[in-house]
Write a protein that binds this ligand. Structure first.
Ligand SMILES: *Cc1c(COP(=O)(O)O)cnc(C)c1O
Length: 410
């Protein structure tokens, strides 16, 4: 076996590597995500206006803050006055908790809690959904054992048929809570609509609304003091403001995306100014790795899905499906280079794409490439891809790898 010296193995750059390893490796990621403070401020301003002074907003940061990165996003949200965060799991709650220890915002878990984690959740006053009686009983046991109150939101089944207590279970849960006042604080009663962003679901949601109002009455009739009866996500807050009851769980819109194009049309039909009041806060950027000339008639990349129709110049960009850039964007995806919108040529590879730069003057190796976001006057929005690749906003965003460096910019 040939001997490989250290210097050769590390690309002839000893010393630099070893002095500050983690930082340098982070910098060497082939793309990065930027989060815009001013755009977030704009969205929060809009959402506060939309919700009005009497409705509190919880910032939903599940899915690593919809791909934006909890570690980067949560401090920004705090800075903009957010004091309530909703997550799916205990590990996400813990991440938010670590970012916010000084400020002690409310953290609410809407999904999974492992039995062993109940102690941490209750001791640290993390609020959580209860959607079955097992969890309610385990919460009571833990709360009693640690002399803390469990801060509970009862999730009720109204027609989504995901998680949630049906009516008899709910009544049962209310009774159990009544008997265990010293262990349980009933913070909320809640449900989730099955697709409030689409008019196609109108009837189903009307049914869910009346079911939820009935569940609300059942608690009120029994003289339960409940902080919030909450049911609205972003689309719910736009479409069914009468269902807000003081509280909304806002995910996608705070990041600057409409839950669906339909929701935007419906909102803007009542407005004189039809410009989009939301602003995307995420950009995803890379750099040109290589430039190549291709002769007319030749194929670009794997297989034969892209044939050069004339002499072409292409740029190679070190981002592919292994970096969260969906394969379904082969021949379809768009990027910005030099303020010009251009198209992916051929297949998305694991770590590479190539794009047409024949029509863009003065392009050089190392030039910035915008995969998502603005460059000059132009913008590539995730929704553009969404339409093209049949992936919705949520999916593309949440597939952005956790290990991409993320930074806040103005
Ligand atoms: C994800 C989620 C939300 C937020 O939905 P958006 O459409 O992103 O605003 C609200 N409530 C629950 C239960 C959720 O799972």
């Amino acid at each position: 076996m040939p001997h490989v010296s250290n210097t050769v193995k590390h690309g002839g750059m000893p010393g630099i590597l070893f002095s500050n390893k983690p930082l340098i490796f982070m910098k060497w990621q082939t793309s990065k995500v930027q989060i815009s403070r001013s755009s977030y401020q704009n969205n929060i301003y809009f959402l506060r206006k939309l919700l009005g002074p009497n409705n509190k907003m919880s910032s939903v940061v599940k899915g690593n803050a919809y791909g934006h990165g909890i570690k980067t996003f949560v401090p920004l949200a705090l800075e903009c006055g957010i004091d309530h965060f909703s997550v799916f799991s205990v590990s996400e709650a813990y991440e938010v908790f670590q970012q916010t220890e000084e400020y002690k915002p409310t953290i609410m878990i809407m999904g999974m809690i492992e039995e062993e984690a109940m102690e941490w959740v209750i001791v640290n006053e993390i609020e959580f959904y209860v959607f079955d009686l097992d969890r309610l009983n385990s919460a009571i046991q833990t709360a009693l054992a640690f002399k803390k109150k469990a801060l509970v939101h009862l999730e009720v089944e109204t027609g989504m048929n995901r998680t949630g207590l049906n009516e008899p279970e709910y009544l049962n849960a209310l009774e159990i809570i009544e008997r265990n006042r010293q262990a349980i604080d009933l913070k909320g009663v809640c449900t989730h609509f099955a697709g409030a962003e689409s008019i196609a679901n109108y009837l189903r949601i009307e049914h869910q609304k009346s079911k939820f109002l009935k569940m609300r009455e059942l608690a009120l009739n029994r003289k339960f003091k409940v902080d919030y009866f909450h049911s609205c996500c972003s689309a719910g807050a736009v479409r069914y403001p009468e269902m807000l009851h003081g509280f909304a769980r806002i995910g996608i819109m705070q990041y600057g995306f409409w839950p669906s194009f339909e929701t935007f049309i419906e909102y803007s039909s009542d407005e004189i100014d039809k410009t989009d009041p939301l602003s995307r806060i995420i950009s995803w950027k890379s750099k040109i790795m290589d430039i190549k000339h291709v002769k007319r008639g030749q194929y670009i990349g794997y297989g034969s899905i892209y044939q050069a129709g004339s002499e072409m110049k292409i740029a190679i960009i070190p981002v592919g499906y292994g970096n969260g850039y969906s394969r379904s964007l082969s021949n379809i995806g768009r990027v910005l280079i030099g303020g010009v919108r251009t198209v992916i040529t051929g297949k998305v590879n694991m770590n590479l794409i190539s794009v047409d730069i024949s029509h863009i003057p003065n392009v050089r190796k190392g030039d910035e490439v915008v995969l998502i976001g603005k460059q000059g006057e132009m913008e590539i929005s995730v929704a553009d891809f969404g339409d093209a690749s049949k992936q919705i906003n949520y999916e593309l965003l949440t597939r952005l790898p956790q290990n991409l460096p993320r930074e806040i910019v103005d």
